[in-house]
Design a protein around this ligand. Structure first.
Ligand code: DQQ
Length: 479
């Protein structure tokens, strides 16, 4: 265990989420289950916790929870990626593992490829890089990077994230026979940057990063295609959204727009894959809510989310839950009781900073469930997770106002709507891992970061009003 993993040195560093050994981590890349083993590559700067001279870190795992570190897979070299190897994917090109990624040079990005050894440890960049020499002629773009690549009708297709100046974010569609020569087909979809207030949590931004396109089918047989993108505006990484709709021919017909996670930038640049069991598995980058100076002092920045499984509801929206593998980390059972409900009730409480909590209950109109995590016994520091039922919907809130005595960290509220199943039924799962928080309420996720200043901010407590149900909780092992 190095000093960066020592609890006494850094009480914010997560213990069962993946974090880089040191330095900077951002997007998950090249996610795959290759010959049975899960591989994750990630945007990485081992030299400092700042986004600079980005390489592809590499880890692999049998369960997506316990990760083995491998040598860096890609690093900048003279050529189109001399300033950074930015985000991309791994595809299987007739048995040859192949990265499609964005080479970063002189402030711009261009598509590049690299081929790997059978064990994914050694990578060779293609001498023909960049394989696309510029954005489509005649389009004035605000960005041109990140790749979603798939096989269709005997050809390769990909969408590249982009934005069209004066209009909005865009998904640009290309086609190829060999991953090396690409023909621009046209825009798959163009957003409208005027469609919302700039501060709205579902504003689609002026550029779309890290586009992911995949189909899902609900238990009731409804089929939808999802176009997931990270809304970006002039250097600001805003939040992740998805269009639920239909990919038909060369276009995407959007039905409805949704927030993928209520935590905004704390679940950004996600990438998904279909695993061997056919599950749609997704990871995202849980950005920091503290200053660059604080990250430099800590020596690291960025947390990878836990793996989550995406399914489709019959109404065409996505439901998300942590992969069942996460439960393997449960150790001591801290609670298993009826949910204390009513003002006279004593809250259920225990201590822990790495915990998994499950609440299952029915909430009446006007009722709520409230959990305090990372709290001090005197309540001076506390992060409040609240699910309230007003009518047929719930509102999920992560109230961070008192989450830290350190007023340099972002303590703004995060919140949004959650569907109430069967009227007032709530399934709530809260995973606390020091500064990393992942909440799932009836399949809606909310990711957050919190940084209590006091070392005794380890109390968890919960109670409810006008709700009946159970609560269980476990301490979590370190991955
Ligand atoms: N991060 C990468 C880009 C992507 C952005 C660079 C999203 O390729 O657009 O590290 O976080």
């Amino acid at each position: 265990m190095g000093p960066l993993n020592d609890a006494s040195v850094d009480q914010h560093r997560p213990m069962f989420h993946f974090v880089a050994p040191s330095g900077w981590l951002n997007d998950p890349n090249g996610l795959c289950q290759w010959r049975g083993r899960f591989h994750m590559f990630y945007q990485y700067n081992p030299e400092a916790p700042v986004h600079h001279h980005i390489r592809w870190g590499h880890v692999s795992s049998a369960d997506m929870i316990h990760w083995e570190h491998h040598p860096i897979a890609l690093e900048p070299s003279s050529g189109p990626d001399q300033d950074g190897c930015w985000s991309g994917v791994l595809v299987d090109d007739g048995g040859v593992p192949t990265f499609v990624y964005s080479g970063h040079r002189d402030g711009g990005e261009l598509p590049c490829i690299a081929t790997g050894s059978a064990d994914l440890m050694d990578w060779v960049k293609d001498p023909a890089n960049p394989v696309i020499v510029g954005p489509p002629a005649g389009l004035e773009v605000t960005g041109f990077r990140d790749h979603c690549v798939w096989r269709e009708g005997g050809l390769w297709r990909q969408v590249i994230g982009s934005g069209i100046r004066g209009r909005g974010g865009a998904a640009l569609l290309y086609e190829s026979e060999d991953l090396r020569e690409w023909r621009y087909v046209g825009p798959l979809l163009i957003g409208d940057a005027r469609d919302r207030e700039r501060s709205a949590p579902d504003w689609t931004g002026t550029m779309w990063e890290c586009i992911d396109l995949f189909g899902l089918e609900s238990a009731g047989g409804v089929r939808r295609d999802m176009l997931v993108f990270s809304a970006f505006d002039d250097g600001a990484t805003l939040h992740t959204l998805y269009w639920s709709g239909h990919y038909v021919g060369d276009t995407f017909i959007p039905n409805s727009l949704h927030r993928l996670d209520l935590g905004g930038k704390h679940f950004y640049a996600p990438q998904s894959m279909q695993d061997d069991a056919g599950r749609r598995v997704m990871f995202g980058w849980m950005q920091e809510a503290r200053s660059t100076e604080a990250c430099i002092a800590a020596g690291w920045s960025g947390v990878m989310s836990l793996p989550r499984i995406l399914t489709l509801r019959d109404d065409g929206t996505v439901a998300q839950w942590p992969a069942p593998e996460v439960s393997k980390l449960r150790r001591e059972e801290m609670l298993d009781q009826l949910l204390p409900s009513g003002v006279a009730q004593t809250p259920a409480t225990f201590q822990g900073t790495e915990v998994d909590i499950e609440v299952e209950c029915d909430i009446d109109v006007g009722g709520q469930v409230e959990l305090l995590v990372r709290a001090t016994a005197d309540g001076v520091e506390r992060t409040v997770i609240r699910v309230r039922r007003d009518t047929d919907n719930f509102t999920l809130t992560c109230d961070r106002a008192a989450s830290s005595l350190d007023d340099t960290v972002d303590r703004s509220d995060l919140s949004g709507d959650v569907p109430a199943t069967d009227g007032g039924r709530l399934f709530l799962r809260v995973l606390v891992d020091r500064s990393a928080l992942e909440v799932f309420a009836n399949g809606v996720s909310l990711s957050a970061r919190v940084y209590p200043a006091r070392p005794d901010a380890n109390v968890v407590s919960m109670w409810a009003t006008r709700a009946q149900g159970t609560v269980r909780a476990w301490s979590m092992a370190h991955a």
